[in-house]
Design a protein around this ligand. Structure first.
Ligand code: APR
Length: 246
């Protein structure tokens, strides 16, 4: 009985994705987990070993920039060895089928772009972006960095181009995302615990605007209860099944 229900649910969700007029997808660390990128809150997640307030806050960077750069260089080196997994490839195939699809990601690993998605908004920035702490200089950079990288323009300290706890999202990104989500007729949320704002509220905005909301996640989340459809399991297994043949 359960298997039949699941098959029926998958078929319905497939039809919703293929028939979407305006599709928005929100992803989190769970979509990159099968590439070997640690999640934040799952078992063996980053925050199980480190405290976010110790490493992902501007105050932590001001207090000990060398420690924070060691953490981010470790993540750049680790993520640099990771490849897109079937979940990423499925979302790239989905965009090819629905060219107006917007992929909003909380991930900073750049794996969606490497998988082929073009229309990607990085809510929390990117491990591969460097920003000057003083002037407006910024660059995409995938090289090995020194312990305290300096701005080539003004020689002040560079910081990772990611959004830390307590910081504002990149200017204009949130308004673009909210506008698009409010116009969506289908929203797919994959691989996020839905605890960090404002990302966690986007599905609420979509639903209030009349969109059908779908969750794909390894386990139930804070948002599962109000999603129209919740498919629990590995993104690398479910997303390819949802996208196959549409
Ligand atoms: N397939 C699907 N879901 C998975 C998988 C998988 N293979 N592996 C783990 N998950 C799920 C976990 O069950 C969890 O609910 O992915 C979710 C990951 O949640 P988090 O680790 O909290 O990551 P995320 O939701 O992306 O965090 C949001 O918090 O720390 C900040 O800036 C950081 O962008 C991050 C934000």
């Amino acid at each position: 009985m359960i298997a039949e229900n699941l098959i029926a649910k998958m078929q319905t969700v497939k039809a919703l994705l293929s028939g979407a007029r305006s599709l928005v997808v929100l992803t989190g660390a769970g979509v990159s987990a099968e590439s070997g990128v640690p999640t934040f809150r799952g078992t063996d997640g980053l925050w199980e070993e480190y405290r976010p307030e110790d490493l992902a806050r501007p105050e932590a960077f001001s207090r000990d920039p060398e420690l924070i750069w060691r953490f981010y260089n470790w993540r750049r080196e680790l993520v640099g060895r990771c490849e897109p997994n079937p979940a990423h490839l499925a979302l790239a195939a989905l965009e090819r089928q629905a060219p107006e699809m917007l992929l909003v990601t909380q991930n900073v690993d750049g794996l969606h772009q490497r998988a082929g998605n073009r229309n990607v908004l990085e809510l929390h920035g990117s491990l591969w972006r460097l920003q000057c702490t003083v002037c407006t200089y910024e660059e995409e950079n995938r090289t090995d960095l020194p312990p305290l990288p300096a701005c080539p323009r003004c020689n002040n300290l560079l910081r990772p181009g990611v959004v830390w706890f307590g910081e504002q999202l990149p200017a204009g990104v949130l308004s673009t995302v909210l506008d698009t989500v409010a116009k969506a007729d289908v929203m797919l949320v994959a691989g996020t615990s839905s605890v960090v704002q404002p990302a966690a509220s986007l599905a609420h905005v979509a639903k209030r605007s009349g969109a059908v909301t779908i969750e794909v996640n390894l386990e139930p989340t804070h948002n599962t209860g109000f999603m129209d459809f919740a498919l629990h399991g590995r993104a690398g297994e479910i997303l390819p099944q949802l996208v196959e043949g549409i």
